[in-house]
Write a protein that binds this ligand. Structure first.
Ligand code: ASP
Length: 431
């Protein structure tokens, strides 16, 4: 009898949420490929299947996740800062996480530049300036002072309505600190925030349950509409980016986790897998914020830290994007036979770090901010047209790395503040 129960439990475990999301990803990819190659174009494929069912369920799921982002970030930051109470801890966490984000982004671009100068994608393409029509963003620059000023909301309600993450974070931190300082006088409002935050967490868990279907439809749609023929001609560029992303994950993040937190980095990969899958299927760091915070809590990270560092990271820390931009710059320069010197490389590292800060955590924006990096070293922005066709698949993969960077930074910082539960981290994954 007991044996039977254990077997039942084992079977149950097989279908944990992570397992189901993974199955959604694999089956979605297979179905997408089948639709792409075997279902003839026409009303059924384009309007009923791809543009109908897949689109409706996939977008419905993304919108549900997006619905959670602003209220969840707003409430959990107020709740977190209120219960942390002191500006000193908050200041330390803030400085540490910003340093981590900037450092890892600079490392990411350096890796990208090293790999791209070694592999030399784009050499021999002999492109001529003016041969591509690209009417995307020009590389216009916003000044540093302006960027900092823009973080202060002139109207917090507008910031909330527009979902301007940095402005929301600043306002929420101030409100949280003042609630903490006024203690008894604001007890009621503090309790309301805590309860509303609990409500949002419950809602997040509910939406998460739909993730396997959402992921399945998003991936099926993407794979059925991808242009596979261009992939081959861009293979060297794509492989260099993928290699860079792999190095950043397996060498940089895994080593940082081992050195600074002294935990098994493979446990991270295993437990964080569902978040990566979600980032992969949505290509959006922003939409992934709620599931990111929830999963990190299951891994032992105190929410008071992650509710602050994760939305911040989803807005300003894009290591995967930086890697794509580093490789793209070299690729386009090679294709146009433009040679770059040491000064150019330093400029690329600086501007790509800034571009990563300015890249919003939504699909394809990295391609837009790439214009700024190209302009900084005098490479024609029309070169972006060459990589546009295959960017979707790279966007999916670099978003996973963007998320991992935020998560690893958060674990390291929370460990430093003694707000990381290593025992919970080591515990086996439960459904
Ligand atoms: N899709 C990326 C993200 O959300 C941004 C980008 O590189 O386009 O993290």
């Amino acid at each position: 009898m007991q044996k039977n129960d254990t077997n039942k439990n084992k079977n149950k475990k097989k279908f944990s949420l992570t397992g189901k999301i993974f199955m959604g990803l694999i089956f979605g990819a297979i179905l997408g490929l089948i639709v792409h190659y075997f279902v003839p174009e026409g009303y059924f494929r384009d309007n009923i299947l791809v543009g109908g069912i897949f689109y409706f369920l996939g977008q419905g799921f993304i919108r549900l996740m997006q619905m959670l982002v602003v209220p969840l970030v707003f409430l959990s930051i107020i709740d977190g800062t209120r219960s942390m109470g002191d500006t000193e801890t908050l200041g330390k966490v803030g400085v540490r996480i910003v340093i981590f984000y900037l450092f890892t982004t600079a490392v990411a671009i350096t890796i990208a530049l090293l790999l791209a100068t070694t592999i030399k994608p784009g050499v021999g393409m002999n492109m001529k300036v003016g041969s591509n029509n690209y009417e995307g963003a020009s590389g216009e620059n916003i000044s540093f002072v302006e960027t900092i000023l823009n973080m202060i909301p002139t109207n917090p309600f507008e910031a909330l309505a527009k979902g301007d993450m940095l402005q929301v974070i600043i306002f929420a931190v101030i409100v949280g600190l003042i609630i903490a300082r006024m203690s008894e006088k604001t007890e009621t409002i503090g309790n309301i925030v805590t309860e509303a935050n609990d409500l949002m967490m419950k809602m997040t868990m509910g939406v998460m349950k739909l993730a396997p279907i959402g992921v399945f439809c998003l991936i099926a749609r993407t794979f059925s509409t991808l242009g596979y023929d261009v992939i081959l001609s861009m293979a060297s560029y794509m492989l260099t980016v993928l290699l860079g992303l792999g190095v950043q994950l397996m060498l940089v993040y895994m080593v940082l986790l081992t050195v600074f937190v002294r935990v098994n980095p493979f446990t991270f990969l295993k437990k964080y897998f569902s978040v990566m899958t979600f980032g992969f299927s949505t290509s959006s760091s922003s939409a992934t914020v709620p599931i990111n915070i929830n999963t990190l809590e299951d891994m032992g990270v105190d929410r008071r830290i992650s509710s602050f560092t994760i939305p911040l990271g989803a807005t300003v820390n894009m290591d995967g994007t930086a890697i794509m931009q580093g490789v793209a710059v070299i690729f386009i320069a090679n294709a146009y036979n433009i040679s770059l010197d040491m000064n150019d490389f330093v400029t690329i590292i600086l501007t790509a770090t800034l571009a990563s800060i300015g890249t919003a955590g939504i699909p394809s924006v990295g391609l837009v901010t790439l214009a700024m990096v190209l302009t900084s070293v005098g490479i024609p922005t029309e070169g972006i047209a060459m990589i546009m066709g295959i960017d979707r698949i790279l966007d999916m993969t670099r978003t996973c790395i963007n998320l991992c960077g935020d998560a690893v930074g958060t674990i390291i910082v929370s460990n430093k503040e003694n707000m990381f539960d290593k025992e919970k981290y080591k515990r086996k994954v439960e459904s």
